[in-house]
Design a protein around this ligand. Structure first.
Ligand SMILES: Cc1cc2nc3c(=O)[nH]c(=O)nc-3n(C[C@H](O)[C@H](O)[C@H](O)COP(=O)(O)OP(=O)(O)OC[C@H]3O[C@@H](n4cnc5c(N)ncnc54)[C@H](O)[C@@H]3O)c2cc1C
Length: 374
């Protein structure tokens, strides 16, 4: 087994780190407190080619691969989980179109997404469910040479910025259909923003679909193939959330080390206390484990492997680890950590989000257990 990174990967990682520290980190607190979608930063990420890292050049990408994508995403998430999440969510429709799209769909939709010219979202969750595809009520009905979609989608991230959304809807027969919907279509309306505790500024909103007409050529995959498309594309979404978990935990560790060196108890830095040292050691070891799970999952995807199992394992572990590490970081910071002005307070809120969105931990456990006992 070779754990080394190529020179190209090391260079990408270095450049992403410089960008994250210089351009993302200074805006992280403001994005969190205002809850405003960072349009300019999202554009800049696109311009830098970060939205097309895994995809071939013929579809607007750079062909750098999934591990390169993960290395870049990790650096950006460490500066702001929200900004990294924009990149990670955009990859979900990209992956769906790359795996299931026709040549025409790849040219018309994947290429501009990968070139960073536009952003794409995914709309699966509804008021009654974010976990059970059988409970979806948004309906697709055949009409003329296309479909009419009616329903409501909740928690749609990137909604104010996305030019297209991958929408999952029930079909007239059994199963789900997946559609690439132009968000300027009549009847597609972004309504209430969702005021979430963490991942603020992600543009998470309720979207209404009132008789939205979608031409047949915008149905992704075969009639009724929506669930397969969801499972495949969401695996990459889960890998992205696992990366977010590792990154937010790393940021919490680094803050804790700095704080422990400068905060004094009984005249000595608290970093000299065994209790604090154990927290730091515990945090570091768990982060290492999460990071290698994530890198290995990306490496497997680069080999062309199915990563449904591995991405669920990585998401389950890394998200729980992020919550544990953020809790320990908060303990190291004492009362000061709970203050709104402290970065660790934001990390604590962001970390919790990784256990919930793109599939709750319970669903990850169900997926993993099904693989184990099949
Ligand atoms: C910031 C943010 C961004 C999001 N972005 C998007 C997006 O872009 N697109 C999108 O479609 N969705 C998005 N979501 C929605 C998110 O993915 C879902 O809300 C999430 O998957 C959980 O679904 P739910 O809230 O319906 O939980 P529910 O399914 O209602 O589950 C609630 C709780 O019940 C238990 N439970 C439920 N089902 C099971 C089960 N089968 N086994 C065991 N226990 C169970 C669990 O304890 C679970 O936490 C986003 C959410 C947030 C917060």
């Amino acid at each position: 087994m070779d754990f080394s990174l190529t020179e190209q990967q090391k260079m990408l990682q270095k450049m992403a780190k410089e960008f994250a520290i210089k351009s993302v980190k200074p805006l992280a607190a403001e994005i969190d407190s205002s809850g405003q979608f960072p349009f300019d930063l999202a554009k800049e990420i696109g311009k830098r080619g970060y939205q097309g890292l895994p995809y071939p050049t013929q579809y607007g990408g750079s062909g750098a691969g999934y591990l390169s994508y993960v290395l870049v995403l990790e650096q950006i998430c460490q500066a702001s989980m929200t900004v990294g999440a924009i990149m990670a969510i955009n990859t979900v429709p990209e992956e769906a179109i790359f795996r299931f799209g026709s040549g025409e769909q790849k040219k018309n939709f994947l290429a501009p997404l990968a070139r960073g010219e536009l952003l794409g979202g995914i709309a699966f969750t509804e008021a009654e469910t974010g976990s059970a595809p059988q409970a979806i009520t948004t309906m697709s009905r055949k009409s003329g040479d296309g479909y009419v979609i009616t329903g409501q989608k909740h928690f749609v991230a990137l909604a104010p910025a996305a030019k297209l959304t991958l929408v999952f809807a029930k079909r007239e027969g059994k199963g789900l259909n997946a559609f690439i919907i132009d968000t300027s279509s009549p009847g597609y309306n972004v309504r209430e923003p969702c005021e979430t505790m963490g991942l603020r500024g992600l543009g998470t909103s309720v979207v209404y679909l009132d008789e939205v007409y979608v031409p047949k050529q915008n149905r992704l995959g075969e009639e009724g193939q929506g669930f397969d498309i969801l499972l495949e594309a969401i695996s990459l979404g889960r890998l992205g959330v696992a990366v977010e978990g590792v990154a937010v935990a790393q940021a919490a560790l680094e803050l804790s080390i700095d704080y422990a060196k400068q905060r004094k108890a009984l005249g000595k830095p608290i970093a000299e206390l065994p209790a604090i040292q154990w927290h730091l050691a515990e945090m570091a070891s768990r982060i290492e484990a999460g990071r290698w799970l994530v890198y290995r999952t990306a490496f497997l995807r680069d080999q062309g492997a199915d990563i449904k199992y591995e991405s669920s394992v990585a998401k389950l572990f890394a998200s729980q680890m992020a919550v544990d590490v953020a809790r320990m970081a908060m303990q190291v910071h004492g009362s000061y950590g709970t203050m709104k002005t402290m970065e660790v307070e934001r990390l604590y809120r962001d970390a919790k989000m990784t256990e919930i969105y793109v599939g709750i931990s319970e669903i990850q456990r169900n997926i993993i257990a099904n693989y184990l006992i099949q």
